[in-house]
Structures are given as structure tokens and as C-alpha cells.
Design a protein around this ligand. Structure first.
Ligand code: FAD
Length: 482
């Protein structure tokens, strides 16, 4: 496969005359790997100077969580796709690796940038980096602007009557949807004025392949490649086919794992290959055309986008979401000493509970798992195996292609009972009843656990009733120490 760009030595600073209002615009791509509805890119093109586009692989800045394996695989494909799309419009994606602050500062200086634009991120470490960069670049005379590209509603704008963040979803979403609708998406640009001249060809870039984002020894990504195609075009293809073929039935069929009834947009939204504004407006238009249950289905789908917003707003207000219980009384939860054997059985899909094992094997093979089954496996880990939700969150972080800094820890805390608007702790999902209800013919189970029903299938590693009682006793302990 050809590389994106040839690595060349860094070019000297643009004619040595430092930043100037006339200098090129740098667009720093992060979790927004798309050309259409990209407000930072849109503003850079509007600015009317040449545009430098850069992605920085930052694994060094303090507080930045290193990506998991499946996410790295996705990022490789997404950057390859983005680079090809940029190339078609006349721009070259520059790749740099290192702590983002010095990397962006150096790049801006080397091209004599007049402006640096990006779309906002919401994690604490990321926001600190962005704020310091903004201050430093602005004080050097470079116009620095950030834009809302990843969330429909900015977290600081949605507050309760007491001026506090919402901790319950329903009033949160009512508040979001009672104001003006989200802005319309920007169209895709038709051309991007590249640097050209001396600098254009000379801007140093890493080779994507040298980042080794894809696994090689062993190459475990065959199932991921079969299931997914990262990139903006594929995201729009999925959205369109979902709206055309599945939206009408979404409300009823979304809980049935054997049906392909959901949008599968999660990894595309995670990497910003499609924006929530684009999904919102396309769905809203479909809702306007629909009647009866189909319109209710569209509303239900938009509400799921609302959960994504709620996860991000929660992360914004509780930056340690992946490690610290939102409900601090859960700090007293008496987790037993780690049981590595049980954890491994769960990770490998060998617990002896077919729906749990089917989900865990689907995850390992495809980098994803149906939402209903995610809830079942998370409940099984935290309540039947009494293993800390953080262990499960870490495993999902490493194995999901949609591993998301907000949605993953939020949902783990939701299932464990320690989170915002969480499922009550005493609601323990029974994997056998869940299978009978949502996979009555065992279609999903058989597709993922071929040896189910034979002697080769493991016997259950725990008793559901006994472990449920132990979990409830542990919960009583939390309640009593409140
Ligand atoms: P659809 O049903 O088509 O929904 C459309 C979009 O709405 C999704 O793409 C997603 O962006 C959003 N959405 C739907 N449900 C949720 C939800 N519960 N929370 C937040 N956003 C939601 N989702 C992630 O994107 N990344 C994660 O790392 C992640 N980890 C999870 C961990 C656990 C334990 C659980 C129970 C759920 C997790 N989810 C996560 C939420 C949900 O399972 C996935 O978003 C969903 O399965 C993706 O499939 P889809 O795109 O077909 O969803």
C-alpha cells in the first residue's frame, strides 16, 4: 500500500519572518476526521489563505489516555481515508507524533501560520492542552479559534434551574431539545487551497505505516476488516441505508442482537467521521416525512444521540469518569480480591452462559457488541463475578472500535450502579432470561458460539442465584455506609 506522504526533513521557517496575519491557516484534526460539516476546516477555507492540515498522534502528554488496540486499528483506516479525501481536494495531510503542544507550536512557526483552528474536545487533559496552546499562539499574534463540531449542545450551556449540571437523563434531554434545534451542517468543501510553492512539497510528515497502528505479529484484525470500513464515505453510506431500511423498526428491533437493526454509527461518531449535526438533521428530515410508529422510532433514535451527549456532558463535569465512581458512596463497595481466572473466562467468552459468551466473542472478533448484550455482559462481570467495573471498562477500551472516553466509562458506571442516572444496583440482568427474551431462537448465540449445546461448551463458572445474593449483600453494605 502506498504511504500517505514521503518523510522529508523539516523545512525552514517560512521566509523567516514569523507569524503574520497573511500566513496560512493550520487546521488541527483530532476527533473530527471528516471534511463535511467540519467547522474548523470550513472557517480556515473561508479565511482565504492556504490551508495546512495536520493530525498529531499524542501518546505523551500527561493525562492523555493511550488508545486501545481496536481503536488504533480504526484510526489507521480513518487517517488513510481522510488523507485520500484531502488529496482529492488539493491538500496533503501532515502527520506528526509527539506531545501536541510543542508539535503544533513548532508547525505553526515553521509555516508562518496566521491562524490555527480546531474543533473542541471535552476531556480535562485535552482541554488543558488546548487552552494553553490557545493562549500561547494568540500571544504570538496567531489567530486561534475553536469550534463546536462534536456535540450538539456545549456542556456549559445545559444547566438545571439551580445552575447545576443535570444528573438525570430525561430532564437533561428535555432541556436540550426545548431550545432552538442544532445548527445546520456545513457542506463539504469543493477545494482546499494547499500550501503550494516551496513549503507545500517540503512539509515534514511521518509515514502512517511507521506509526504501527495496525497489528502485525499477530494480525488479529481480520474480523475487524470484515465488519468495518473506517472513513467518512462509509459513515454516510451507513446513515443513509439505516434511514432507508431500518429506521421505521428501530424502536422495536433495536434490542434484538440477531437483527441488524441499529445504525452501527458508533465508531464513526467516535472518530468524528460523521457529525452528530449531520445525523440529527438527516433523521429529523426522515421523521418529518414519517407517520405513526415510524416517527416514534425516529424520535427514539435521536434520543440515543441524546445519551451520547449526556455521556460527554458528564465527562466534562466529572473528568475522572473512567476511574472514579460518580456516586462516591460506591467507594465503599466491598469488591472481593481480583479473580483472574473468572476475569479471563469473561474476556474469552467461556463463562458457560451463552449470551454472555456470544457477546464477548462478538467483541473479540468484530471490535463491537450489540448494546443489549453490552449491558448483559457488564452486569454479569460486576454483579455475578463481583469484578470491579473498571476492569470491564479497560477491556472494552482495548477491544472496542468505538471505545469512547465518555460513552464507555459512563455506561460501565451506569450498569454497575455507581454512575449518573444509573440502573439501580439491585437490578441484576439474568443472562438466561435476557437470552430467552431477546434471542429466543438462539440465532445470535449460535452465530458467535458454534459449540453451544455440545460437550465442548464450558459448564457455568458461577451459580446465578448465589452470586446475585452476594452482590445484593455487597450493595447493602454500600447503603449502610452512606
Ligand atoms: P444505535 O442504536 O444506532 O445508536 C445511535 C448512536 O447513539 C450510537 O452510534 C451512539 O453514538 C449513540 N448511543 C446509543 N446508545 C448509547 C449509549 N447507551 N450511550 C452513549 N451513546 C449511545 N458506545 C460508544 O459509542 N462507545 C463506547 O465505548 C461504548 N461503551 C459501552 C459500554 C457499555 C458497558 C454499554 C452498556 C454501552 C456502551 N456504549 C458505547 C453504548 C452503546 O452500546 C453503543 O453506542 C451502541 O451499541 C452502538 O451501536 P449503534 O451505533 O448501532 O447504535
Amino acid at each position: 500500500m502506498p504511504e500517505l506522504t514521503t518523510a522529508r526533513p523539516a523545512s525552514p521557517a517560512a521566509s523567516g519572518d514569523g507569524p503574520s496575519g497573511d500566513g496560512p491557516s493550520v487546521v488541527w484534526f483530532r476527533d473530527d476526521l471528516r471534511l463535511s460539516d467540519n467547522p474548523a476546516l470550513h472557517a480556515a477555507i473561508e479565511r482565504g489563505r492556504s490551508v495546512v492540515v495536520v493530525y498529531v498522534l499524542d501518546e505523551q502528554s500527561p493525562g492523555i489516555r493511550p488508545l486501545g488496540g481496536a481503536a488504533r486499528w480504526w484510526l489507521h483506516g480513518s487517517l488513510r481515508s481522510l488523507a485520500a479525501s484531502l488529496e482529492r481536494l488539493g491538500a496533503t495531510l501532515t502527520l506528526r507524533r509527539g506531545p501536541a503542544e510543542p508539535v503544533i507550536t513548532e508547525l505553526a512557526a515553521s509555516v508562518g501560520a496566521g491562524a490555527v483552528f480546531w474543533n473542541r474536545r471535552y476531556g480535562a487533559a485535552e482541554r488543558e492542552i488546548d487552552a494553553r496552546l490557545k493562549a500561547a499562539l494568540s500571544s504570538g499574534g496567531i489567530e486561534t479559534r475553536s469550534f463546536a463540531g462534536s456535540l450538539l449542545f456545549e456542556p456549559w450551556t445545559i444547566r438545571t434551574g439551580q445552575d447545576r449540571p443535570y444528573s438525570v437523563f430525561t430532564p437533561f434531554w428535555r432541556s436540550c431539545t426545548s431550545g432552538p434545534p442544532p445548527r445546520m451542517p456545513h457542506p463539504a468543501p469543493e477545494a482546499i487551497p494547499g500550501l503550494g510553492g516551496d513549503l507545500g512539497g517540503d512539509l515534514a510528515s511521518d509515514r502512517l505505516g511507521d506509526w504501527a497502528l495496525e497489528p502485525s505479529h499477530p494480525d488479529w484484525a481480520a474480523g475487524l476488516r470484515e465488519a468495518w470500513e473506517p472513513g467518512e464515505a462509509s459513515a454516510h453510506h451507513l446513515l443513509n441505508s439505516f434511514l432507508r431500511d431500518s429506521l421505521d423498526e428501530y424502536a422495536d428491533a433495536r434490542d434484538v442482537p440477531a437483527r441488524a437493526a441499529t445504525s452501527r454509527l458508533a465508531p464513526h461518531l467516535r472518530w468524528g467521521e460523521i457529525s452528530p449535526f449531520q445525523v440529527w438533521h438527516a433523521t429529523d428530515a426522515a421523521r418529518a416525512r414519517a407517520t405513526g410508529p415510524a416517527a416514534a422510532s425516529a424520535t427514539r433514535f435521536l434520543t440515543e444521540l441524546g445519551w451520547r451527549e449526556f455521556c460527554y456532558h458528564t465527562l466534562f463535569h466529572a473528568p475522572e469518569l473512567a476511574t472514579v465512581n460518580i456516586r462516591r458512596e460506591f467507594d465503599a463497595f466491598p469488591w472481593p480480591p481480583p479473580d483472574d481466572r473468572a476475569l479471563r473466562a469473561w474476556q474469552q467468552g467461556r463463562t458457560g452462559y451463552p449470551l454472555v459468551d456470544a457477546g464477548m466473542r462478538e467483541l473479540w472478533r468484530t471490535g463491537s457488541m450489540h448494546n443489549r448484550v453490552r449491558m448483559v455482559v457488564a452486569s454479569f462481570l460486576t454483579k455475578n463475578l463481583l469484578i470491579d467495573w473498571r476492569e470491564g471498562e479497560r477491556w472494552f477500551w482495548d477491544t472496542l472500535v468505538d471505545a469512547d472516553p465518555a460513552s464507555n466509562p459512563f455506561n460501565w458506571q451506569w450498569v454497575a450502579g455507581s454512575g449518573a442516572d444509573a440502573a439501580p444496583y439491585f437490578r441484576v440482568f439474568n443472562p438466561q432470561l435476557q437470552a430467552a427474551r431477546f434471542d429466543p431462537n438462539g440465532e445470535y448465540i449460535r452465530a458467535n458460539v458454534p459449540e453451544w449445546g455440545t460437550d465442548a461448551y464450558p459448564v457455568p463458572i458461577v451459580d446465578l442465584g448465589e452470586t446475585r445474593r452476594a452482590a445484593l449483600a455487597a450493595y447493602e453494605h454500600v447503603k449502610n455506609t452512606k
